[in-house]
Structure formats: C-alpha cells, structure tokens
Design a protein around this ligand. Structure first.
Ligand code: AMP
Ligand code: DBH
Length: 529
C-alpha cells in the first residue's frame, strides 16, 4: 500500500467505522468485487455495450485484468492515483475496472475538463498516471495533452486509447492476474465536485462507503438483475456511475449501454433496440427528451425508471416528463459528497412532481439550520447539513476549506437551501449563495426563476446578481424563449402581475438560444454573469 494515499484523507471516526462494520453496513470488500462476483455467477451474460462493441461479464473482467497487469508491469503501485478521463463507451468499464483491480485510485475527470482542471487534479492528488480515451475529433485536445505533460510534474505516465494521440497506448499485461490486497477503508476513487467556486475539489470515496452507496441506491430504485441501463450523462459523474447507475447495474448482473450522443434521436433508437429500462438525466436533457416524444416514433415503453436530478426540476417539466414516460419519473437530489435522495416508484404523482424525495439510507442524518447554525422549526427553510455512512468527512487535501465546510460534529454543510415536508420529502429551494443582495434586500434567484418558468414561452431561465453602482447588486436574467422578441418591460409586467415585489424585478435581460452548462450539463451561472 502506498501510504501517501492516506495523506490528506479524513476518515470517519474510528468508533463509527467499527460500528458500521459490526452492523455489516460496511462490508469490507474491494469495490471491484461488485463486478467479479457477477462475472463468476453469470460469465456469459452481456455486461456492457455501445454501438460498436459488446462484452460479456467474463470478457469485461479479462480485459480489465490485462490492463491491470499492464499497469503493474509498468511499475505503478497500489494506492497511486490515476487521472481517468474517458468518454461513454465500452472501454470506460474495462479501463475503470482495470484501475480498480490493480489497486490504483482513479480521479474521475469528466470529458469536458481541460488542461486547467486536469493539471489541478493531477497535482492535488499527486497522480502518477493520466489516461484518456482520446481526441475524438477535437484538435485542441492535442495541445491540451501536451500542456498536461509539461505542467503536471507528478505524472510518470500518460496513455491514450486513441492512436491519433501523441502518447503511448494503454499498457497491456499477459497471463493470469492476481489482484493485490486493498484496504477497504482507504479511498477507492475520487469524485470531483461541481466546482461552483474556483477549481473542483476532490471527494474521496472509500471502498466501504461507495459500496454502501451503491447498495442503498439499487435497493431504493428497486433495480433488478435484468436491468438495461443507458449511460448518457458523463459516466464518471456520481449520478450515472453509482446512484445506482453503471456500477449498480453491473453489481445486479444487468447490462449497461453507453452512448456519447445524448440526443433523443440517438438515445430513443438505443432504448428501443436494446430494451433500455433505466437511465439518468439532468433537467435540461429531460426537457429535450420529453419534448421529442411528441414526434419521435421509437417505442420507449421498456423505460420504467427515468431519474432526473442534478439541479431543480420545475414542476411543469416534471409533469410533462411524467406524461411522456408514464410511471417512470424519479426525482433525484444528490451530491458527489454523499447524500442521495430519491422519490420512490409508487409515490403519489404530487410527491414525484413537486419534491426531490427523501434520503436513500435510514442512517442519513439531516439537519436544517438558519444562518446562526440553529435548527429551524419543522417544515421551515434553512441550510441542509448532512452526515452518514456514505457522506464524506473532508475533501481530499483541503484542510483549510474543510474547517468551514464541516461542522465540528462532522456534518457536511451542503450549501443547499431546503425545506423538509411532514412526510419526509425534501424540497430544494435554492443554493445558499445563489441570492441577489439589492441594497440589503436579500432574495433567492430561484424564487424569480420559478416565476419566469411559469411564462408559457420561457423554456429555461437563470437569474444572476449583476453589479450595481448604487445598490451593490441588481437582478439579471438570461432566458431561452420561443418568442425571441420578448422585452424586459414585458417580463417585468408579467412578474408584477404574478405578485413579485418591485425590488425583485429584473433590470437586465439576455435572450439566448441556449444557456451555458457545466461538464455534466447543469446550467452554469458562472458563465452567465
Ligand atoms: P456536486 O457537489 O457537484 O455533486 O453537486 C451537488 C449539488 O447539485 C447539490 O448540492 C445541489 O446543489 C445540486 N442538486 C443536485 N440535485 C438537485 C436537485 N434535484 N434539485 C436541486 N439541486 C440539486
Ligand atoms: O448533482 C449531483 O452531484 C448528483 C445529482 C443526482 C449526484 O451526485 C447524484 C445524483 O448522485
């Protein structure tokens, strides 16, 4: 074991770890065992496919082990970090499983990340390897990889699966592979935070905590052994990776279909062809898919779980998705840091349309507090704090930030404003910092966004604070609207009619053909400002 891995990793307190193990909440197995178990029981079943490849469980494991053996033969050791940047295709699974089998620890970069983020991940994690699926027609990527090679000093190897890249191909070993022993309390992988401020942070997820995460997610979503999961969001993101996503599906013996093209055109064809039963989308994508069901002719009746999460799903969009995919919608409020909440199949339409669900584990502890840190009354709004068996105790190598991101009792301050209903379901009302401060009047952007989305011609809306020389901040609005000629005054009249206070009315309007999005497809307010 490379002990350097544990530098800057904050585990759960010892007595709590012990309790989790005694109660079999944590089962002390390596993460790869989720897949090797299926490979032993159902070797000939199809595990993964995309439009050009498919592999059975036995083949998936064999390919993974050849790569694992190759990594170890190159002199990389258990516990060393690998910046892993891979697009949605069959080799995502073989390569990631290979990293796990070798005992190396992947940093789960997303395809949209560029040299700034990749170098940051490499340096912060002290990674010795960067591996990537390749250029995919993006000429700027060659330059990017060259810059990474030059700047990321800890890297001893860079490998690309694309022979057009100026780097070595992925190492491949031979023969029988015996995986090295791992410490199940150590990080198994690093997820990256959405990075609403500055560069993304690294979120360590241990074998034990991530296995528990996956087990809770498969149970809450009632995932079955004949599940066919379509991985359409970037596969390295927590939502499609493990909630229950790719790893949950493989743990159950189901099949994962990878696609790099998220369009309804392509995805609906895949759903019909492979009988896709489950998938996960962000709200913007669910909007596009829902609209497309009106004209696309593919048979989508195999879908029984349509997960939508990552940012707030407007009630009207939820209702439209429920009509387009009957009985399948599930709202998901999750975070790579841990806590995941779901509405459940079988909840009333009202709950599915208007709430973000409830925690997936009975051991999740939730507190809603005011800005003094005092718990608010039942049903009142406040910041959500959370702690539990799969929620981190500290970002990796971020001691200073951790002092403010966690309470002294180890609760993670999510930065999300929520209300918890009497039935236990959560309503996310916005981000703590997503507010406008207009001369001391502080109000949530989300409140105005909700009113804007009630406008029949407005499809997407983002409210952002803009600097104002007299009052500090003013309200700026960016919308996607079917009526391109809509004016600021017309919007102000519409909002006034809905009873919005005059000081909350927008003073700047930008009508766009689409809103900028983050690496996983959430509306990116940083780029609107
Ligand atoms: P990240 O830290 O990048 O994993 O992003 C997690 C954050 O995304 C959460 O803390 C929320 O702010 C936001 N989020 C995720 N799901 C939802 C949802 N269903 N509704 C509103 N916000 C969400
Ligand atoms: O936004 C997220 O990070 C997220 C959303 C839904 C997440 O991590 C998840 C489900 O697991």
């Amino acid at each position: 074991m490379n002990n350097d891995l544990l530098n800057g990793f904050k585990p759960h307190p010892e007595e709590i770890e012990l309790h989790y193990k005694q109660q079999k909440i944590w089962d002390n197995q390596p993460i790869w065992e989720l897949i090797t178990r299926t490979a032993r029981n159902l070797p000939d079943r199809c595990a993964v496919r995309d439009l050009s490849h498919q592999l059975t469980y036995a083949e998936l494991l064999k390919e993974a082990d050849l790569f694992a053996a190759g990594l170890l033969a190159k002199g990389f050791n258990t516990g060393e970090r690998v910046v892993f940047q891979w697009s949605n295709q069959v080799s995502f699974a073989t390569t990631l499983l290979g990293i796990f089998r070798a005992g190396l620890v992947p940093v789960m970069a997303l395809p949209a990340h560029r040299q700034n983020e990749i170098c940051h991940f490499a340096q912060l994690s002290g990674a010795s390897v960067y591996i990537t699926s390749g250029v995919e027609g993006d000429a700027s990527r060659h330059k990017m990889i060259e810059q990474i090679a030059e700047q990321a000093k800890t890297l001893r190897g860079i490998y690309s699966a694309d022979d057009k890249d100026p780097f070595e191909p992925l190492p491949k070993g031979k023969g029988q592979f015996t995986p090295p022993p791992i410490d199940p309390d150590a990080p198994a992988l690093f997820l990256v935070s959405g990075g609403t401020t500055g560069l993304p942070k690294l979120i360590p997820r241990s074998h034990n905590d991530y296995r528990y995460n996956i087990a809770c997610a498969t149970a809450a979503c009632e995932l079955q052994s004949d599940e066919v999961y379509l991985a359409v969001l970037p596969a390295a993101h927590n939502f499609p990776l493990g909630c229950p996503g790719i790893l949950g599906t493989l743990a159950m013996g189901g099949q994962v279909v990878f696609t790099r093209d998220a369009s309804p055109d392509q995805c609906f064809e895949l759903i019909e062809r492979f009988g896709v039963t489950a998938t996960a989308l962000v709200p913007a994508l669910s909007q596009v898919w829902t609209a497309a069901t009106a004209w696309e002719e593919a048979d989508l009746s195999s879908i029984h779980l349509l997960q939508v999460g990552g940012s707030k799903l407007a009630k009207t969009d939820a209702q439209a998705a429920m009509a387009a995919f009957p009985g399948a919608l599930q709202q998901v409020f999750g975070m790579a840091e841990g806590l995941v909440c779901y509405t459940r199949l079988g909840d009333t339409d009202e709950v599915v349309a208007t709430t973000q669900g409830r925690p997936m584990s009975p051991l999740d502890e939730l507190r809603v507090v005011d800005n003094q840190g005092q718990e608010v009354g039942a049903g009142d709004e406040g910041e959500l704090l959370t702690r539990g068996p799969y929620t981190l105790r500290g970002y990796y190598r971020a001691e200073k930030h951790n002092r403010s991101a966690f309470t002294s009792g180890g609760f993670y301050r999510s930065g999300d404003r929520v209300r918890i209903q009497a039935d236990g379901n959560i309503i996310v009302t916005g981000r703590l910092k997503d507010v406008v401060n207009r001369g001391g009047e502080i109000f949530a952007c989300e409140e105005i966004e909700e009113h804007l989305l009630a406008h029949p011609n407005i499809q997407q809306a983002a409210v952002v604070p803009l600097p104002d020389k007299d009052l500090g901040e003013q309200v700026g609005v960016a919308i996607v609207c079917t009526d391109k000629t809509i004016t600021l005054q017309a919007l102000r009249d519409f909002l006034t009619e809905r009873g919005l206070a005059a000081f909350k009315l927008p003073e700047r309007l930008n009508v766009l053909s689409r809103l900028p999005v983050t690496a996983v497809g959430k509306i990116d307010k940083k780029q609107i400002l």
